[in-house]
Design a protein around this ligand. Structure first.
Ligand code: ZN
Length: 356
């Protein structure tokens, strides 16, 4: 028995969403996946500026650390603050002491006049916002930043943008981090990405994916339930499966317990070892997480049959790369009260913009 684990990896996060909790109710009722995107997330990301992005990321990173998560694979969008956004997220994570691999998620859903495009099709020409998003990924990686090439999703991009993202990723020898068939509205993603996807791509969700694509697949059980998009049945997919939170915190032990409950609902013969493997697969993308040490309040951390049913375990200390960054509820590199205060100020600014 052991109290100790390596740091956990959250394989799909949106650090920009940390300020969203408590946001004003959407102007229109949300009745399906697309209306959730249009009324909540696409309004929110359009309102972000670099100050909001920094404090949102710092808050999200500190909450990750307090959950024993030392590595975050982030997917970012802020169409009115593209340039500098990835360096801002990286700085916030560095300040807190969390490792991050980020990306700017390009899309053609914003027209060149800054309006939501009523429809995007495979023949839609690349928007200037998508071009700037690719440039942001390119320049951040060229300056030494840890990132992938981000794409929002096939259904909000023309083929020109999908191909440009794939080509840029190949030239920089990184993967593409993309939402795939999360809702039924993206059902053509498999067809459009076949031939583009590579082994180093990070495919997120795959709930309605109708064929095999190369790449690793990230399962986000809480988000899928929250958006009522259906169950991805990850145990039936041929890809290597990883676990993510899709922006609802970064508590991987909790996400794993949720993943297990949902898995068992689908197939009662399944065991906690399946989900434990999904968590472990995160180290393929972030091997450095194994250099991080989390000491837990619970002594059977090596046994998935314990952790799948134990809801109260907490990190006592977290060391990242040999440096203690968290101990007994205290953050050692940052002033957590300042982060909470500033994040609250930025959240209020954000909510004002959303109501304006
Ligand atoms: Zn996502």
């Amino acid at each position: 028995m052991t109290h100790t684990t390596p740091g956990f990896v959250c394989a799909h996060h949106h650090l920009y969403s940390s300020l969203a909790r408590g946001m004003p109710a959407p102007p229109l009722p949300t009745t399906d996946f697309i209306s959730i995107l249009e009324n909540v997330w696409w309004r929110l990301d359009a309102a972000l500026d670099l100050d909001m992005i920094y404090w949102s990321a710092a808050l999200g990173a500190s909450e990750a650390l307090a959950s024993g998560t030392t590595c975050i694979i982030d997917h970012h969008e802020s169409p009115n603050a593209i340039e500098g956004s990835l360096a801002t997220i990286a700085k916030a994570c560095r300040d807190v002491g969390v490792r991050v691999n980020t990306c700017y998620g390009v899309t053609d859903r914003w027209s060149d006049t800054g309006q939501l495009s009523p429809s995007v099709s495979p023949s839609t020409k690349m928007s200037s916002a998508a071009r700037r998003g690719l440039d942001e990924c390119h320049s951040f990686i060229k300056s030494g930043g840890d990132a992938m090439i981000g794409v929002h999703a096939a259904f909000t991009c023309g083929d020109e943008t999908l191909h440009a993202a794939a080509d840029l990723a190949k030239s920089l020898t990184v993967g593409v981090h993309i939402h795939v068939a999360e809702g039924i509205d993206d059902i053509s993603a498999g067809e459009r990405l076949e031939g583009l996807a590579q082994d180093n791509w990070l495919l997120v969700h795959g709930v309605h994916l109708d064929r095999q694509l190369l790449g690793r697949l990230v399962h986000n059980p809480r988000s899928n339930m929250n958006n009522a998009v259906g169950y991805a049945r990850p145990a039936h997919k041929p890809n290597t499966i990883l676990l993510g939170t899709d922006g609802i915190g970064a508590n991987m032990m909790e996400e794993a317990r949720l993943a297990y409950a949902r898995l068992r609902e689908d197939d009662v013969s399944q065991t906690p070892e399946t989900v434990a493997q999904w968590l472990t697969n995160g180290y393929e993308l972030f091997p450095n997480a194994k250099q991080d040490t989390v000491v837990w309040s619970y002594e059977h951390m090596e046994n998935p049959w314990h952790t799948a049913f134990t809801t109260h375990m907490q990190p006592i200390s977290v060391d990242v790369d040999g440096e203690r960054v968290y101990e007994d509820g205290n953050f050692l590199k940052i002033d957590i009260q300042e982060i909470r205060r500033k994040a609250n100020e930025q959240a209020l600014r954000l909510f004002e913009r959303l109501e304006a």
